[in-house]
Design a protein around this ligand. Structure first.
Ligand SMILES: Nc1ncnc2c1ncn2[C@@H]1O[C@H](COP(=O)(O)OP(=O)(O)OP(=O)(O)O)[C@@H](O)[C@H]1O
Length: 462
């Protein structure tokens, strides 16, 4: 069942439309103007159907104020030009009045269907520099994350984001803020683990002059700086108990009191918290307040570790590699086939951030137009097994054609390592046999790769 908001000033049309939609299993609310519609929180609906001409502001005003909820505009045949204008402003579609029932139901079904299909799509995020990028990755676990973001963002509730370090928790917080009605107000991000325990309360809640030694002037805290907007508290599990108590008060009463002050001040802040720790377990050992945990956990978003996002890893690597090349003003580098295999098989304990850093190293260290596994500088103890040079598999002609250039080059890596490591112990015939190629081919490749045959070591004579 979908929730639809009808905004129409003519009561007869409004109730006819309501009955029609209710007969088709939709739950319908009504408003007679944009102002009235806004009191009903249009972002909480699945679709807004609004007349264009209304007393007060026109229906198109709702397009931005209901976003990302789609707005379907109703207009009379006489004002088709305004319908086109409404589409330009971002209306999802329009219906001409008087409307044909089937046509209207069909349009509504199409819009709702499209909306449902988009729920699992990555949201766009505006980065601090102003550029707009979608979150990368489309594996099923991330689609669940995207759907959660779309639903939680407009609901103005507290959200707890859980996931290992570097999985993108801050990115999700940004997406939630940017898709909320607070998008134009500040988003203040605080990493609780990065602020010394002795300073965190005054950083968050502010202090009066002389509140403690060194407080030479009054200071506004970060919670107050986020007034009207969103406060993102990363690593909230690290927040000391006293600060937890103050935070609980902000959530319960919407009030803040600076350190050393007797006065309270009202603040309107949406809290988004993130942690890589299990807050419920921390509450059992008394390190985290259970009542605060319940306050935070109105909506929960769980981010998968990168190693669980097998289908996404290479896609993320390609996008991040492109960005690293831009940053370092290098022509577009590519990952060798072996580097792609390493990236796919590596466990990535530091998740996307670690991948980002490895690619940055790769871009700096790569000598040709390809990045090889060594350029990534990954921890050897975590490297997947079987990475030591081994004979290249015998390839038939078809595989050779399919794999192309890049495969050749990574096999050349293999070839080079294998030859250099074994040429002192093996004859050319043995080397060629192990590599699955002819002696002639071995000779040609040696020439091409600049590893000519050494003066053969005397293996038999004494
Ligand atoms: N899905 C994604 N698409 C694009 N970039 C991503 C994605 N996930 C993470 N990143 C990038 O990875 C880096 C780490 O992400 P972020 O800071 O959001 O992680 P985090 O979980 O908050 O880490 P920490 O807990 O260590 O603070 C950032 O540069 C971010 O842009």
């Amino acid at each position: 069942m979908s929730r639809i908001l009808i905004v129409e000033d003519e009561a007869i049309i409004r109730s006819a439309l309501k009955r029609l939609l209710e007969r088709h299993d939709h739950r319908v609310s009504e408003a007679g103007s944009v102002a009235e519609a806004l009191t009903l929180e249009p972002r909480g609906f699945d679709l807004v159907i609004s007349d264009l001409r209304l007393p007060g502001e026109p229906g198109t005003e709702l397009i931005a104020r209901a976003a990302p909820v789609p707005v379907l505009i109703m207009t009379s045949y006489a004002s088709m030009r305004s319908a086109v204008e409404a589409l330009k402003l971002g209306a999802v579609d329009y219906v001409a009045k008087p409307f044909d029932h089937d046509e209207l139901l069909e349009t509504v079904a199409r819009v709702l269907h499209r909306q449902a299909a988009q729920q699992g799509e990555p949201p766009d995020i505006t980065e601090p520099g102003g550029s707009r990028q979608p979150m990368i990755g489309n594996c099923p676990a991330m689609q669940v994350v995207y759907t959660r973001i779309r639903k939680a963002a407009p609901a103005d509730v507290t959200v707890l984001i859980q996931g290992e370090s570097g999985t993108g928790k801050e990115l999700v917080a940004r997406a939630l803020h940017q898709q909320s009605r607070r998008a134009q107000a500040p988003l203040i991000c605080v990493n609780c683990a990065a602020i010394p325990e002795t300073l965190i309360e005054s950083e968050l809640f502010g202090h009066e002059k002389g509140a403690f030694t060194g407080a030479s002037a009054a200071r506004t805290g970060l919670v107050e700086a986020a007034d009207g907007g969103t406060l993102f508290l990363d690593e909230i599990g690290e927040l000391p108990l006293d600060a937890q108590a103050r935070l609980l008060r902000v959530l319960q009463e919407g009030e803040i009191r600076k350190i050393g002050s007797v006065e309270t001040r009202h603040v309107d802040v949406r809290l988004i918290a993130a942690t890589h720790r299990d807050l419920q377990s921390l509450s059992k050992t008394g390190e985290f307040r259970l009542d605060l945990y319940y306050r935070l956990n109105v909506m929960q978003i769980d981010l998968p570790a990168l190693r669980e996002r097998e289908d996404d890893i290479l896609e993320i690597a390609d996008v991040l590699l492109g960005k690293a090349c831009q940053r370092h003003e290098r022509d577009r580098l590519r990952l060798s086939r072996a580097a792609r295999r390493t990236i796919r098989d590596y466990p990535w304990p530091g998740n996307v951030r670690e991948l980002e850093n490895a690619l940055e190293r790769g871009v700096i260290l790569a000598e040709g137009h390809l990045i090889h596994p060594d350029d990534l500088g990954l921890a050897p103890t975590l490297q997947p097994p079987g990475r030591s040079p081994a004979p290249a598999p015998v390839r038939d002609g078809q595989e050779e054609q399919e794999t192309g250039d890049e495969e050749d080059l990574s096999l050349e890596d293999y070839f080079q390592h294998f030859v250099l490591e074994h040429q002192d112990q093996m004859s050319e015939t043995e080397l060629a046999q192990k590599l699955g190629i002819s002696r002639k081919c071995l000779w040609e490749r040696r020439q091409r790769l600049g590893i000519p045959r050494k003066k053969s070591p005397r293996r038999s004579t004494g």
